[in-house]
Design a binder for this molecule. Structure first.
Ligand code: NAI
Ligand code: MG
Length: 355
């Protein structure tokens, strides 16, 4: 018997986050038992509800509290009544920046049992990973307004690309490609229109590629790249992008693979100086919150990514296999996938597939 133990900070957050995260925890517990490790969970009630009561999404020393854990498992934050920029900048963005979670990683795979909105595409056509730079680039707060309310009014916003920030995300993408079958990296650029930062990005991409002679490469301007995601999803293996381009591609990607209700994401600190954060791609879904009908598969797949990161690859694979088994059974599918199962029934089906 091994005594591997992983300590996990759990932030269910708002809306369906509170409904799907417990399902992911139970599924992770089930594989932990089988693979001889234990998971120790600690709940944090950081949410819009907390904001309404205390005026803050999390306590002052929130970051310090979660820093000591091995990983963070988060549902979704944001709910009507609190402006989205308040909830995002009050919780998720500080976590991403202060824990230096610089790689946002979203696998895009057409699982068996899922139908792509793209006609004629099967699981063999759609299997890639979007790697988004998560802490710099276009999302900086440098800039401002001048000559307000006059006809000379102007506003500027500065993009920031550091050599360290650019190289480390490119390196992450190439290292990831090394572990995959296709061994290929595509870079998203726009060096025709954006004349300083993007040619620099291309230059660093070419320099990094030299260190990986066995990895194939391609680069496309972001505009045509979005079209290729739709028309040629089979071209892609690892796709690396700046913060803004990656944000867009990492929503488009899961869309071509079926439903946001199954899409997982990781915010990684690859050097492991801090815990990484794992969250489904979807938000708190206020339109269905409280009804018990949310699809818990994204949360379960996200838990699998977390276990993988914690070194429990075999357990992660078993979880992913269980997801595919469940999705192949129409009776276990939730409403967003055209089924009738509720969150609980779908969760039970996952546990049954693991048994
Ligand atoms: P959303 O992802 O919450 O919902 C979009 C649509 O997808 C809704 O119709 C919803 O019912 C459906 N949906 C999402 N997840 C589902 C699931 N697991 N099962 C079945 N249906 C599902 O995005 P929306 O509506 O733009 O945002 C709602 C709130 O969530 C906002 O406050 C937003 O800021 C926040 N949000 C938080 C994120 C995070 O914590 N990382 C990410 C995206 C949004
Ligand atoms: Mg987004």
């Amino acid at each position: 018997m091994s005594n591997r133990k992983h300590r996990i900070a759990v932030i269910p957050g708002d809306g369906i986050g509170k409904e799907v995260i417990p399902v992911g925890q139970r599924a992770a517990e089930a594989v932990a038992g089988k693979h001889g490790f234990t998971l120790e969970w600690q709940d944090f009630d950081w949410s819009c509800e907390r904001y309404a009561e205390t005026g803050a999404m999390m306590p002052e020393d929130g970051i310090a509290q979660v820093k000591e854990f091995d990983a963070i498992y988060l549902g979704a934050v944001g709910f009507p009544g609190v402006a989205d920029h308040v909830s995002l900048w009050g919780l998720l963005i500080p976590l991403r920046r202060e824990l230096d979670l610089y790689a946002n990683v979203r696998p895009v795979r057409l699982l068996r049992g899922m139908t792509s909105p793209l006609a004629g595409r099967g699981p063999e056509d759609i299997d890639f990973i979007v790697v988004r730079e998560n802490v710099e680039g276009e999302y900086s707060n440098i800039g401002g307004r001048a000559y307000q309310d006059s006809d000379q009014e102007m506003v500027s916003q500065l993009s920031v690309f550091t050599r360290r920030g650019t190289d480390r995300i490119l390196e992450y993408a190439f290292e990831l490609a090394k572990k995959r079958k296709r061994r290929h990296v595509t870079s998203a650029t726009k060096s025709n229109g954006i004349v300083h930062t993007m040619p620099y990005w291309d230059e660093r991409f070419a320099a990094m590629a030299k260190n990986y002679p066995d990895i194939g490469t391609a680069q496309y301007h972001i505009d045509i790249l979005t079209a290729h995601f739709v028309q040629h999803p089979d071209w892609f293996d690892v796709v690396v992008a700046s913060n803004l381009f990656g944000d867009i591609l990492s929503d488009l990607g899961p869309a071509v693979a079926g439903s946001i209700g199954i899409a997982p994401a990781a915010n990684l600190n690859p050097p492991r100086d801090f815990p990484s954060l794992f969250e489904p791609v979807h938000g708190s879904a206020p339109d269905i919150a409280g009804k018990g009908v949310a699809n818990p598969i994204a949360a379960v797949w996200t838990a699998a990514m977390m276990l993988e990161h914690l070194g429990e690859g075999a357990a992660a694979q078993e979880l992913e296999a269980a997801i595919e088994t469940v999705l192949e059974d129409p009776a276990a599918r939730t409403r967003d996938l055209g089924g009738t199962a509720d969150t609980r029934a779908c969760g039970e089906a996952v546990l049954k597939a693991l048994a």
